[in-house]
Design a protein around this ligand. Sequence first.
Ligand code: PBG
Length: 334
Amino acid sequence: MTKSSEKLVLRRRPRRLRASEGIRRLIEEYVLSVNDLIAPIFCKEDGLREEISSMPGVFRHKPEDVCQFALQLHERGVSGIALFPCIPEGKKNSQGTAALDPNGLVPRVVREIKKRAPGLLVIADVALDPYTSHGHDGLYNPDTGEIENDATVRLLCEMARILGEAGVDFVAPSDMMDGRIGAIRASLDDANLERVGVLAYAAKFASAFYGPFRDAIGSRRGKGYLDKRTYQLSPTNLREGLLEAQLDEEEGADILMVKPAGPYLDVISKVRACTLLPLAAYQVSGEYAQIMAAARNGWLDLETAYRESLVAIKRAGADMVFTYFAPLFVGISD
Ligand code: PBG
């Protein structure tokens, strides 16, 4: 029997390295920094800002307010923003033609931000879902029920060119059509837009965690869950995600992305090991909503929980993270 006062003879006492703030800081392996964060921002045509009910603390802003918000983020050190439009239902159609308007919401916002904060990196999604009446990322053929790959890619090339001409630094194809990275790269180059990079949503899974985002851009259709499984990856498949990443790299992507992030840390870590390209991860709306909802109920401590969720994504191997917590990280909260 050992008495409680009796000392154990231990050669190793790992707790010595956790005993004080100083030593804990010195042995830190991964540091979450503002340099790693990209803030997604939702924009709309006009009116007062609207809070997205399933994403407390996240708003849709009119163009003027998006610029203000972007400038504020930039001043506080956030390097990049990603723009997502909420298009009025009346402007949507089955072909998503509003995506090809050079004076559409996103191109206008991009031009304005670039005028006022040329150093802020602006990323814009390339996909049709904010613009289609059915909410799919591609052209939907009602006769066959299929999302048409090659016709969609042709539209996306045009959309990418328009965004490039408006001044984005990176286009981010999030549609998961086959061959779109190579086609978009070629179309940008043809238009003398070599400076515009391609950040590929390379391994994008058909995830239930996109739900709140679909509220934000108004692409949720009815109560049910919009099924994108003929183009987005199955959550069951890791190897297929690696293959998609490899193809996007071969086709000329500058940066690869895994999405969602938290439930796919294994994919992030494996893609990291397979490529020399920079790797992004998207902490999606549902990941934000989970943490936020629990925190609002007093079930989680917001600050420590969201930081833990982000450093986990870095630890898995991401160089940068798209996160709705970016404003909070730099002290903007309301
Ligand atoms: C669609 C797109 C989605 C997201 C980014 N771009 C949703 C989807 O595929 O339905 C999700 C982002 C999030 O949930 O935060 N092209």
